[in-house]
Write a protein that binds this ligand. Sequence first.
Ligand SMILES: N=C(N)NCCC[C@H](NC(=O)CCC(=O)O)C(=O)O
Length: 432
Amino acid sequence: MTSPSTDPREVVELNFDGLIGPSHNYAGLSLGNVASAGNKGSVSRPRQAALQGLAKMRRVMGLGLPQGFFLPHERPHTSWLRTLGFSGSDTQVCADAVAADPQLFANAASASAMWTANAATVSPAADTRDGRVHLTPANLSSMTHRSLEWTETVRQLKLMFADERFFAVHDPVPARFGDEGAANFMRLARSHGDPGLEIFVFGEDRGGKYPARQALRASEAVARKHGVEEALFTAQSAEAIEAGAFHNDVVAVANGRVLFAHERAFEYRAELFDEVRRLFPEVEIIEVPDSEVSLEDAIASYLFNSQLLSLPDGSQHLVLPTECRDTPSVKAWLGSNIGGNGPIHGASFLDVRESMRNGGGPACLRLRVAAGAEARAAIDTRFLLDDEKADTLERLIEEYWPDSVSPGDLAAPDFWEACWAARRALLAQLGF
Ligand SMILES: N=C(N)NCCC[C@H](NC(=O)CCC(=O)O)C(=O)O
């Protein structure tokens, strides 16, 4: 149900990317995320990472879409460490935590809030009973370092979307039921402003080597809280999880009428497609067969973790990570399937390598919020980007973000101070 004043054509997507924080590092914290495990212990480049993320935001703005961002969270996260019994000054808390339990400390230092596809699940106004945009922050309870994010995420969401005429920001689902937010959510609709079919993708724990992060009960709770009229619940394929697709958005993405997925993404593929076609007959399913792009290549390249965007001219454009160009099977598939008469009209490549090395592609780095003109005008402008602000952020990153972080640096007081100083400078600059 769309509120009468909202013209579906006015509803566009606004992506909120996570501004990559100064503590970006490779601690290998995510079991089941093959990139994170494979790069454990390597030297990270926070400054470069943040600049790559900002360049992505500029690229999307250049395609004609509005852009927003989330602030990095305070890391090392001393208030969390205090809840674990460490005390004294912030520096003392960190020093004691590093000495007592370096692995625990690494969790407190992660910059993982950058992957804002995991910040929340968002149901656009056209899908919800009260005609408002509903947002539920994800509890991210399956990974320690990620479970620290939601308290700060809620704070930012409540500032961004404070206007209750247009937005409802809920509390997260109880931690017992793991919720990973928009990474396990897809939506099909004629346009962002038309009522859509919301597809929630959960993981079934089958005792495999990797955890299934999204619980069915969490997905169902989110749909209930949002008052979603039309929702479908389907399982991620167990073999995809075992191959390293820890979130559904590593193997599938949807936008408008298009569902773009790997052949082995879903456990009950045929049933799902039948149901989707029944509920949304206009759907265009682009399925990539395993014989053309193996699951392994899909996961290594993050083909499906691309941003599939509806551009102002009505076309669909895919923003892919450069890894897709460097993976021969993916490059070949793109060459013969993008453009022409297909529903995806164009594609471009983008370097987000620093995030990719922790398992975060272009789509992981953004939270999509589709909203009408009036609702967009009600969003706290401090979280919105334009060219001038992007220039300011770039200068700040150049000045304050560490150039590199090696595993040993995590234990260094200078590094903690640099991270805190960078965030202070950012907040002051943006008027927080
Ligand atoms: N697919 C989506 N939407 N998001 C990607 C999240 C990547 C993230 N990586 C990490 O948390 C690595 C952190 C480390 O190892 O330090 C994760 O596994 O949760």
